[in-house]
Ligand binder design. Structure first.
Ligand SMILES: Nc1nc2c(ncn2[C@@H]2O[C@H](COP(=O)(O)OP(=O)(O)OP(=O)(O)O)[C@@H](O)[C@H]2O)c(=O)[nH]1
Ligand SMILES: [Mg+2]
Length: 440
């Protein structure tokens, strides 16, 4: 339990109708009373209007105070939330008054870290708080809300309960049963359950690819020879005039990026310089940038037009071949998987967007109703899966080494505990919460 009282603005810093400042810790009520007209009779969990003062009792603003008595608060500690007018000078004066009187400014993610340490949420839920706040699409936010309410954690807890039940059954049997018949029927049942749990763990690991795409976004890069209509295509997909287009080849030099949501996936669309051999230094730098974008992209739109070919050597990357300028001449080649568009006339663009969505999602298949979304969660599940595989091998050997199976099961259970943050080191905790911003 932390003994220091912390303070920070929980709403974005800037100008707004209302800003919220949160105090959390043993002195929260005392400090709130010191800078207001409120006294010990102030009811909890009710909005109370008061003048707000600085440390010298000069009026700063009028606002609303809500007192939350421990443990019924976000952090599990005594908390006061103060809503004032959304002006940085007002917030700063309130924060300063409380720090002069004994609070300290909260570190990034400290409220959520305290909520975790006080058992208000597990580590996977705490991670979802940060990811929910930074969600860049409705679907991404919905998915985090689901995990914040415990969807992923509950699945993990259920799996853990099953493994604990298997372990106790195993330990009970080899304590009391000497009969081989009993052990072999036990082994069969155990093997089936272990295989089911292993499959479920691997299915959950597979959901990481899509979960991670929702949280981190994807990069779709448009490449091709000069003048094939890459910038026109970029503008047409965005529905806005983001990139300069011109009939002269070599118009785009630098990479141009734009944010777009495709099928709920936050996507960065990147227009690049036309790729061709050139002696022009600036153009060459543009071509280099285009090539390095290719390397770090999740999907390439490889554009060509009636008078050009697709550029070669796009390997190891997901690719959609886009034939542009179909208004001038229909595609007459023999490749099947070509998407034909006219960027200038906005023809075929919706179907291209659908193909992009399908290609991105097909590359991230999953068969679960929840998605995991941090490397830490994936790592814990991978460890669990590897111990379950070891347990299956040890059970399958003749004669089965039941002591080893039990040890593997214990390790698998422990890795699920670390998913939930029950056995997590300070270093990992600090890593998780350092990605948050102050006030969360
Ligand atoms: N007819 C027709 N013209 C197009 C189409 N798309 C682009 N263009 C024209 O082709 C020319 C080149 O278009 P851009 O979008 O600048 O081509 P780019 O590939 O970005 O060219 P660079 O930046 O030089 O590599 C412009 O004159 C566009 O108007 C299309 O679908 N049909
Ligand atoms: Mg261009």
């Amino acid at each position: 339990m932390e003994h220091q009282t912390i303070v920070a603005q929980t709403t974005p810093v800037g100008r707004s109708g209302v800003a919220c400042i949160r105090l959390s810790g043993p002195k929260a009520f005392y400090l709130a009373r010191k800078i207001s007209d409120l006294n010990k009779k102030t009811p909890h969990r009710r909005a109370c209007f008061s003048t707000i003062y600085d440390e010298h009792m000069n009026k700063v603003d009028d606002g609303v105070f809500v007192f939350f008595k421990s443990p019924l608060s976000y952090t599990g500690e005594d908390v006061v939330e103060i809503s004032c007018h959304g002006n940085p000078y007002i917030s700063e004066r309130i924060i300063q008054a409380t720090t002069v009187l004994g609070a300290r400014v909260a570190e990034p993610g400290e409220y959520t870290k305290r909520a975790f340490l006080n058992g208000k949420m597990d580590l996977a839920q705490a991670e979802s708080v940060g990811l929910l706040i930074s969600s860049r699409s409705r679907e991404a936010a919905e998915h985090q809300t689901k995990n914040l309410s415990g969807a992923a954690s509950n699945r993990i807890k259920k799996m853990q309960e099953e493994l604990v039940a298997l372990l106790s059954c195993l330990e009970f049997e080899f304590d009391i049963s000497e009969e081989e018949a009993n052990l072999s029927s036990l082994s069969l049942g155990l093997l089936k359950s272990l295989k089911n749990n292993c499959l479920e763990t691997n299915n959950l690991i597979d959901t990481f690819a899509l979960g991670h795409a929702y949280t981190s976004g994807l990069r779709v890069v448009i490449v091709g020879e000069p003048n094939v209509g890459k910038s026109t295509l970029m503008n047409s997909i965005l529905g806005s005039n983001r990139s300069i287009t011109d009939l002269a080849a070599g118009t785009t030099r630098d990479t141009i990026t734009a944010e777009i949501i495709i099928g709920g996936l936050p996507t960065t669309l990147i227009d690049t310089a036309g790729i061709r051999p050139t002696k022009d230094r600036v153009e060459l730098a543009g071509v280099d940038r285009a090539l390095s974008e290719l390397d770090r992209s999740d999907l390439v739109l490889s554009v060509f037009s009636p008078e050009t070919q697709e550029i070669e050597n796009i390997e190891d990357t997901l690719k959609i071949s886009v034939y542009n300028k179909s208004d001038i001449k229909k595609y007459s080649g023999n490749k099947h998987s070509i998407v034909s568009v006219s960027a200038l006339k906005n023809k075929g663009i919706n179907s291209l967007i659908k193909t992009i969505e399908k290609t991105l999602k097909d590359a991230r298949p999953y068969s679960e109703d929840i998605l995991i979304n941090t490397e830490r969660q994936k790592g814990a599940l991978k460890l669990c899966s590897s111990y379950l595989e070891k347990a299956i091998d040890n059970l399958d050997s003749t004669p089965p080494s039941l002591e080893l199976v039990a040890a593997d099961l214990r390790a698998a259970i422990d890795s699920l505990s670390s998913f939930l943050g029950k056995t997590t080191t300070d270093k990992i905790l600090n890593q998780v919460f350092s990605t948050f911003c102050v006030g969360k």
